[in-house]
Design a protein around this ligand. Structure first.
Ligand code: SD4
Length: 366
């Protein structure tokens, strides 16, 4: 009995030890290691280190991928890459993702972001104001707190305590103009930014499902996007994902979209793949979109098939209202295969690997 008890005790401690030291990143196991047959979460048996690859939503992703590639090409981790990549977009004066974006209906810019690594570590911030790099705050939440998601004033306090500067909170000139314009009618009617690689980055007329113009580039040359989602695989074959957004312009104060909700706006399972979403966040949250795409890939679907299955599910849920929204997913599997699918036409994603740097046009349901 006491033998059995001490056996149970030592095997429990033994397996706990494996997980605890793993989390601290201290264990490397070789074939001769007695523990090598015990897999930790996120480890993949017989994993062959792959070629790095990064994909991200919309054509703002081209610049973001370059930022990620600086990390990946130096054998950096996918986690560092997806943070560095979307920070490019958060910093860009020509993009509407960060503090320069459209405000909520009370006139405040509020930001959401999330990040996830290959071991189910994840962190998010939501309803965060006056901080330039929400993605880095999300990473600090992941690495420095016992929590996954911090919101609002608490998230801002945490960011300041971590040394992030508090910005002035003034609207950008463009956001001010669009807000003043919006106030004339004060209607909450999300504009679904549909773009076509041929027609936006390269010049022709785009449209959206509201029938109004929603150019990928605004007349002043800025990008008409409020979100970037990115997933990457590093040279060791590990996956990570990130999303950062100002959310829907002129949303209700306090509204939070899918981007900071792990499993909705983004999800990574290192045994299967990594996924990010863009579009109408409420509809992605409803069916845990990115998690669903990962599960479809686990069942054997290709990245594009898996994204399509999730989009079809949203269309079934929305019925005739599916025409009123845009939703799209991008996905990367463990083999480094990538794909995407959108509800409405015009969505594209940016790809970068050792051989290619380009936009990929995406099939759609409607
Ligand atoms: C949200 N999913 O807040 C984001 C918006 C988005 O392109 O992706 N726009 O609902």
């Amino acid at each position: 009995m006491s033998n059995r008890r001490s056996f149970l005790h030592s095997s429990l401690l033994g397996s706990l030890g494996i997980f605890l030291t793993k989390k601290a990143g201290a264990v490397t196991r070789g074939p001769g290691d007695r523990a090598s047959h015990i897999r930790g979460i996120g480890e993949v048996p017989g994993r062959v280190p792959g070629h790095p690859v990064v994909i991200s939503t919309w054509d703002t992703g081209l610049a973001a991928n370059k930022g990620a590639w600086e990390v990946l090409s130096r054998n950096g981790s996918a986690l560092d890459a997806v943070e560095a990549g979307v920070k490019v977009t958060e910093s860009s004066v020509n993009c509407c993702v960060g503090l320069g974006a459209n405000p909520d209906r009370d006139g405040y810019v509020t930001l959401d972001a999330s990040i996830m690594d290959h071991q189910f570590n994840c962190g998010s911030v939501a309803f965060l104001e006056r901080i330039k790099h929400p993605i880095s705050v999300a990473r600090r939440v992941m690495e420095k707190t016992p929590h996954v998601l911090l919101v609002g004033v608490g998230a801002q306090q945490f960011a300041i305590a971590e040394g992030f500067p508090l910005e002035d909170g003034k609207l950008s000139e463009d956001a001010k103009k669009s807000y003043e314009q919006w106030l004339k009618k004060s209607e909450y009617k999300p504009v679904i930014n549909i773009e076509n690689t041929k027609s936006s980055a390269f010049g022709a007329a785009p449209s959206n499902d509201w029938g109004a113009a929603a150019p990928a580039r605004l007349p002043n040359g800025k990008w008409n996007h409020d979100t970037i989602g990115m997933v990457a695989m590093d040279a060791s074959g590990n996956l990570s994902g990130s999303v950062t957004t100002s959310g829907m312009g002129f949303k209700m104060r306090g509204r939070v979209g899918d981007s900071p909700i792990i499993g909705a706006g983004m999800f990574v399972d290192n045994e299967v793949g990594a996924v990010a979403a863009t579009g109408q966040g409420e509809d992605v949250i409803r069916m845990c979109g990115s998690h669903a795409v990962v599960e479809f890939m686990r069942q054997g679907m290709s990245p594009e098939q898996a994204c399509k299955a999730a989009v079809e599910r949203i269309a079934r849920i929305k019925k005739e209202k599916a025409r009123d929204i845009q939703v799209a997913f991008i996905a990367l599997n463990k083999k480094g295969e990538h794909g995407a699918y959108a509800l409405q036409k015009g969505f594209s994603y940016a790809l970068k690997n050792n051989n290619e740097e380009r936009m990929v046009e995406v099939n759609s349901l409607i």
